[in-house]
Design a binder for this molecule. Sequence first.
Ligand code: ATP
Length: 562
Amino acid sequence: MNSKNIDLNMGFVITDDKFNILYSNNFFKTNICKNNEDILNKKLTVFFQDINVDSDDDLYSVKYRDNSVYYVVHNRLKLQGKDFYVFFFYDFTLGNELEKQIIRLSSQQYLYNEMLNKLKDGIYITDEEGTTTYVNDAFLNLSGLTRDQIIGKTVYDLRRFNILPNSCCAKVIETMAPVSTINNYYKGQRCLVSGSPIFDEKGNLAKTIAVIRDVSELDVLMKNITKEKNQFIKNSEIKNISNKEPFVVINNEKMKNIYTKAKKIANVESTVLILGETGVGKDFIATYIHGISNRSSGKFVKINCSAVPEHLLESEFFGYEEGAFTGAQKGGKKGLFEEANGGVLYLDEIGDMPYTLQVKLLSALNDRMFYRIGGTASVEFNARIIAATNVDLKHLVEEKKFRADLYYRLNVVNFVIPPLRHRKEDIIPLAHQFIEYYNNKYGKNCYFTTNCLEHFLVYDWPGNIRELKNMIERLVLMTDDAFIDTNLFTENLMFNEGVESLSGNNHFMQEAKSLKERIDDYEKEIIETTLASSKNMKEAALRLGIDLSTLVRKKQKYDLTK
Ligand SMILES: Nc1ncnc2c1ncn2[C@@H]1O[C@H](COP(=O)(O)OP(=O)(O)OP(=O)(O)O)[C@@H](O)[C@H]1O
């Protein structure tokens, strides 16, 4: 008989009627006899003296010669007229060990349970299919639910029945990645829920675990800190305005050059003309120049030439004397030119200034003096002029809508601010600055998913930095979760007011161009985007799968600055 055929977790022996061993299985040889001694044809009673085939007990204990105890059952068989015995030997010490292990495990589980119940944070665990397997006491306190309502139920059912409408574990299973959400619980607590998948050694999802932290108190604290901080900034800005540089976010080389040039000309008296699309930061750079100049203790007076009715512009600019016209204020009124004396006069939308007023402005600039309406005494003019426009001023000059002499008088130092789509390196740093600002303002903890940031880089931003800033404020307010993803971004593009004819996705697309041009545009876009999100050229080349030298060549071809 082949011993390999009978592979049991117990000893198995066949003897003849004189207890001579005819067969024993491996378990008997290795676990019970524990040596290589040849036991065939030896008497079983030599090893177990207590063997008693006449015993009435089905199962009785016997001692091996080393005194270890086994339990034995036997059967008598008759084969071809001969008697045989079959013995089964059980080792119950194994069972005891198992029992001890079970006791140890359950006491460990009890301890873990106790420990998890002592935590202030809620814990929620599901299996790989989303069935709730564990929740601690803190979770029950936060949610107001009972274990009966949730254990054994799937997070999908709980979500469907609005018991856990914003289930983080459901999102973890759907994305197979860590997810954070901000959930409001029944007493109005705001909780930061951080969910994570747990994978087994083969990489399959085994469980999900979510930690739920009540951040209501933190929120209040953050709001107070932000309030105090803003108060501090406000006060210190007023006091230190002359020696504190405003915080500027710039990464793009052209922009860096613009700000370097702004520093250089901050303290000279020449007029400045700032050109650029709407929302690129023309006001921002004008206030920057004022803030770092030696005129910073004087006022920064801004006037939007297109917003003031034409018949009021002259009096707004130059002021008037008492009785200059019907309805004139008693004692007369200072104009903005006087208000800005010693500081900066910022003329926004200069392209919209009426032609007649352009003459007066030019003479005030040339003569460094002007007259109030109805006045005879000249007023000294000592403001620095910074003008800005988003229209093509040169074109207006050609069309005779803007005086050439004024244009050249204003255009002593000029800045042309590139649109955001041509300085993609600035998009992500600006987005981070704005989200931090709005997180503080609204007491939130939102962040962008990587994919969302990638879409920021591909989008054209026709409304430039202003559009980016407004968009981020809206996203922070709209999101139910801690993260802001691409879907929310593209949904919100539809509601983008203030940007002409913006039908969302159009700005992700190309105009009608030849195939070669479109491929080039696409290549440029990809390289620009990758450069913007890479630490250096080497990393960008690696991510693009091209040689460093090819990347350098393409960068030159597309005139990319970063
Ligand atoms: N470098 C920058 N860093 C941080 N914020 C900026 C920067 N440039 C502009 N901003 C912000 O972007 C928004 C739009 O900027 P700004 O009003 O200066 O644009 P603009 O070109 O003057 O627009 P418009 O042509 O409509 O007057 C503002 O909220 C401003 O604070």
